[in-house]
Each structure stands twice: as structure tokens, then as C-alpha cells.
Design a protein around this ligand. Structure first.
Ligand code: PBG
Length: 325
């Protein structure tokens, strides 16, 4: 019997390229940006090297750079000054808040990337939870989803192409879809954070967005990572049935099994979020000279696509676009 030699396909670099099932492109990535009201603000986030809190005009200058690098999309996270926070997160609905101001300034500056906004209240509430609380201090699900509809409309009016509810409230997608359609925004898409686990990997983000809960944790709304993939599939299918245009799995690297199972279970495209803690780990190890940052980032992104993601949210987006040029 002739021996079978899998190494033959690896012998020539051209052949390796040709049979590579997964190819990366700058078009795969969505760049997250943190915006706050003010001028000339560019505050570094210590645990996320290369990521900044920016005032709107600085964010727009950054968007010009990202557009030139060939990135197709950005997602905005709004940060509220302490004195603007209240129990309801009212500032989230202010059409002059940092997110809306940045959206308008980006349009005026001729940025033609896809504009995505995160829909949540944790950056806007004085207690840091993802919606108003009941007297028992649990997030009031049905009050929150009504408010999310309003927040979605405020963002759509300011120019958001896609809204991304990240609070893990039941039936948020249906409420948002209804509110958008009623305000004549039938073309505004919903990227649902359908499968989002209560994760320690969000630590650096909460410093960046100043959104850590002042007491308790998010385990009554975000998912328990000890549950089986069936719980993830259930969440994904519920959001798909309510009209989500895309389904997100979050975090990324520790949840590749979930990403694969969810991608196979829904008909809409899936997105994955490589979150702040994942980025921080790569940056910290690279800064020590312990790993090769570029090689690790490319390998990780390839794993996300291989596991089924159509799009990837990553703080490495700009660097990846440069590396892939
Ligand atoms: C807001 C939100 C969070 C992240 C995205 N949207 C934080 C949280 O749920 O506490 C985390 C993103 C990251 O860690 O990079 N609800």
C-alpha cells in the first residue's frame, strides 16, 4: 500500500496558501471606540494599551485613520460624566450625548464606515447596572427593554446603521425592532449580544467605560458559563426569532465551542467579541517579550473565523488592518 503523506500539502508555501480554508481581511473587523463629551480628550486606558477614551472630534480623526486602513465598521461605547448619571441612565437618551454627537460629526466629516452603537445603560446609571432597578435591586427587565427601544431610536436618528443591545435583557430585540420600525427605521439593523456570559474577561472594559456595578454583579442577566451549549443555542434562537440580523457570542477565545454551535444553529451571520481582558492579556505578554503579538493576534482571529464568525469585534482591529495590508 502506498503510504499516505499529509505533509505533501504543507511542503510548498503556495500550496499551503491555496488550501488554507480561512483567510483574514481588514473587512472582517469592527473597531470599538470609547467616546465622552468634551474636547481634545485622549485618555489612555492603562489596562488596554493603544485604546483611549476620546472626545468626539478626536474620535472622528481616529475614524478617518481607520477608514483609510480599510476597516468597514466601528462600534461606539458612550461614557457619561459622573454628574450625568442617575438611577435610570437618562443621559443615554440625550441626543447630544457623546455617542450621538460622534455619530453626527462622523457623518459631517464624510466617514462612510458602518456606524454601530452599543445599547446599554451600565455606562449611564449611577449604580452601574445595565438598566433601572426594581425595589429588590434587580434589573427591571421590562422597563429596561422599553427604554432600549427609545435608546435605539435616539441612536438611529443620530445616524447609527446598526444597534447592538448588550444588556442580556429578555425580549430586548423584539422591543427594539418595534420601536425602530415605528420611527421609520426599518433599515436599521440589530446586532444582538445574544450569547453573553458573565465573565471576568470584561474587567479592563469596565475601567475604560467607567461602568462597573457599584454593588453586586451581572449574574442575574448575563449567562452562567457553566451551562451547556444548549443554553447558548436557546438564547441565539430567541433573538433570531425576534428579528436579530446578526447574533454575537462574547467573550471570544474561551468560547470557541459555543461560537461553532451557535453558528450552526442559526441562519443569520454570527459575530464574536474578543473582549478587553483577552486583548489585555495579549498586550501584557507581548510587552514583556513573552509572545509574538502579531502572530498571536492573527492566529486568534483565524480561530474565530474557523469557528464560524462572519465578523470580529476586536481592539486589535487597526493593527490587524496594518498587518494584513
Ligand atoms: C456593556 C458592555 C460590556 C462589554 C461590552 N458591552 C461590559 C459588561 O457587560 O460589563 C464588555 C466588552 C469588553 O470587555 O471588551 N454592557
Amino acid at each position: 500500500m502506498t503510504p499516505i503523506r499529509p505533509r505533501r500539502l504543507r511542503a510548498h508555501p503556495m500550496l499551503r496558501d491555496m488550501v488554507a480554508g480561512v483567510r483574514l481581511s481588514p473587512k472582517d473587523f469592527i473597531a470599538p471606540l470609547f467616546v465622552r463629551l468634551g474636547e481634545k480628550i485622549k485618555n489612555p486606558i492603562v489596562s488596554m494599551p493603544g485604546v483611549f477614551q476620546m472626545s468626539p472630534e478626536i474620535a472622528v480623526a481616529e475614524l478617518k485613520r481607520l477608514q483609510q486602513l480599510g476597516l468597514p465598521a466601528f462600534i461606539l461605547f458612550g461614557i457619561a460624566d459622573k454628574n450625568k448619571k442617575d438611577a435610570l441612565g437618562s443621559h443615554a437618551h440625550d441626543p447630544n450625548n457623546a455617542v450621538c454627537t460622534t455619530l453626527k460629526m462622523a457623518k459631517d466629516a464624510g466617514i462612510n464606515m458602518l456606524a454601530i452603537t452599543d445599547l446599554c445603560y451600565c455606562e449611564y446609571t449611577d449604580h452601574g447596572h445595565c438598566g433601572p432597578l426594581t425595589p429588590q435591586r434587580s434589573v427591571d427587565n421590562d422597563a429596561t427593554i422599553q427604554r432600549l427601544g427609545t435608546q435605539a431610536v435616539v441612536h438611529a436618528r443620530a445616524g447609527a446603521d446598526v444597534v447592538a443591545p448588550s444588556g442580556m435583557m429578555d425580549n430586548a430585540v423584539a422591543a427594539i425592532r418595534e420601536a425602530l420600525d415605528a420611527d421609520k427605521h426599518a433599515d436599521t439593523s440589530i446586532l444582538a449580544y445574544a450569547v453573553k456570559y458573565a465573565s471576568a474577561f470584561y474587567g479592563p472594559f469596565r475601567d475604560a467605560a467607567e461602568s462597573a456595578p457599584s454593588s453586586g454583579d451581572r449574574k442575574t442577566y448575563q449567562m452562567d458559563y457553566r451551562t451547556s451549549a444548549r443554553d447558548a443555542i436557546r438564547e441565539a434562537r430567541i433573538d433570531e426569532a425576534q428579528g436579530a440580523d446578526m447574533i454575537m457570542v462574547k467573550p471570544g477565545i474561551a468560547y470557541l465551542d459555543i461560537l461553532r454551535d451557535v453558528t450552526d444553529a442559526v441562519a443569520v451571520p454570527t459575530a464574536v467579541y474578543q473582549v478587553s481582558g483577552e486583548y489585555a492579556m495579549i498586550k501584557a505578554a507581548a510587552a514583556n517579550g513573552w509572545i509574538d503579538e502579531k502572530a498571536i493576534a492573527l492566529e486568534t482571529m483565524t480561530a474565530f473565523k474557523r469557528a464560524g464568525a462572519s465578523v470580529i469585534l476586536t481592539y486589535h482591529a487597526a493593527q490587524l488592518a496594518e498587518w494584513l495590508r
